[in-house]
Write a protein that binds this ligand. Structure first.
Ligand code: GRF
Length: 205
């Protein structure tokens, strides 16, 4: 960490709502500050949101590298290293990273996943939770390891699944939980706290 604050890089692929929540949480008195928002997609809506906050942005478009994951990750790593982050937050970043890339950032990289891991690794988590008849669902922040959506759990936020819930309504209810959980876990992580933070939404009905 340089000076009094941890340098935080955030990787996005889309709207960047989790990036916004993280960036907005790092105000005065916070032990971290956002130093880079990096996207694999030039059209990611989160880039403009980061620029509006005065956060440096960069794009490493994955499409020219299609089929050559190693070269894409080499370019990604080079740009990331230039920002010298103490913490790397994956926030809606939709590229699968190889163990080689992940090892280079071991112990510094976090991800948020929209399920109560270890349940429902991978995609379409809300629909799968409904199909499985789950009564509770939520999101998880974990350290990124070579195992997809694996790694030590640093926090979870949980809610009760309601009657007549759809995948869309569930996603809409989980996303605000993500925006509460990720900033809280990031602060703890920077402060050296590794015990999982468990948040429960007391939901009526
Ligand atoms: C969120 O549901 C998050 O759980 C997943 O990507 C989705 C979009 O995130 N990782 P964002 O709005 O781009 O932060």
């Amino acid at each position: 960490m340089t000076g009094s604050s941890a340098r935080v890089a955030i990787l996005i692929s889309g709207s960047g709502s989790n990036m916004e929540a993280l960036a907005d949480s790092m105000g005065a008195g916070h032990p971290g500050r956002p130093v880079l928002v990096l996207s694999n997609r030039p059209e990611a809506g989160g880039l403009a949101k980061a620029e509006a906050r005065g956060i440096r942005t960069a794009v490493i478009d994955h499409r020219p590298f299609l089929g050559d994951r190693a070269s894409f990750e080499a370019a990604l790593s080079e740009r990331l290293e230039a920002a010298a982050p103490d913490v790397v937050c994956l926030a809606g970043f939709m590229r699968v990273l190889t163990p080689g890339f992940i090892d280079a950032w071991a112990g510094k990289m976090l991800n948020i996943h929209p399920s109560l891991l270890p349940k429902f690794c991978g995609l379409d988590t809300h629909a799968r939770a409904l199909a499985a008849g789950e009564t509770a669902h939520g999101c998880t922040v974990h350290e990124v390891t070579a195992e997809l959506d694996g790694g030590p759990i640093l926090g979870q936020a949980r809610l009760a699944i309601r009657e007549e819930e759809t995948a869309e309504s569930l996603a809409a209810r989980v996303l605000p939980l993500e925006h509460r959980l990720y900033p809280a876990v990031l602060r703890r992580f920077i402060e050296g706290e590794r015990a999982p933070l468990m948040l429960d939404e007391a939901v009526e009905g």
